[in-house]
Design a protein around this ligand. Structure first.
Ligand code: CMP
Length: 139
């Protein structure tokens, strides 16, 4: 097992529904250490830049609109196998398909408003942590 870092975003739907504390408790309960954390309201340019990999997808406009609707909480997480550990904790992208005891099962609404984001690979974790927390990129 290797120590990894991954980026978490608690999305606007979960912030609006006062689920920040509940989600952070699940993150810490799963053994993920929160290295750094910030609440911010993403600008359109920040959201478009973060999700640039999806820019040609039909849902891109809707995704950017949603992610800029209100504040989010971004955090840099660290653990052994942090990427898979956090993705397992989040559950399937579509909350209707998410397993019990996952964040999206508990707090997601639909495939667009799914409560949280986590990096999908170690390499993307590096890129995404750097996007918000350059000081926490694993050397
Ligand atoms: P996330 O893990 O943040 O990565 C990209 C996001 O795009 C994803 O979670 C979903 O919230 C969103 N997404 C994926 N597929 C769709 C879809 N078909 N319609 C709307 N949003 C989607």
């Amino acid at each position: 097992m290797a120590v990894e870092r991954t980026l978490s975003i608690i999305k606007p739907d979960a912030v609006e529904q006062n689920n920040i504390g509940n989600i952070l408790a699940m993150i810490q309960g799963a053994g993920l250490e929160i290295l750094g954390m910030r609440m911010l309201h993403l600008s359109r340019a920040q959201a478009e830049g973060f999700y640039e990999v999806h820019k040609d997808r039909p849902f891109f406009g809707e995704l950017v609109e949603f992610m800029t609707r209100g504040p989010v909480v971004v955090s840099a997480l660290q653990a052994d196998d942090a990427v898979v550990r956090y993705r397992t904790l989040m559950g399937s992208t579509n909350p209707a398909e998410a397993a019990d005891a996952t964040i999206r099962k508990a707090y997601g609404t639909d495939i667009g408003e799914n409560a949280c984001h986590g990096s999908d690979s170690v390499e993307n974790g590096r890129i995404e942590v750097a996007y918000f927390f350059p000081e926490y990129v694993l050397k």
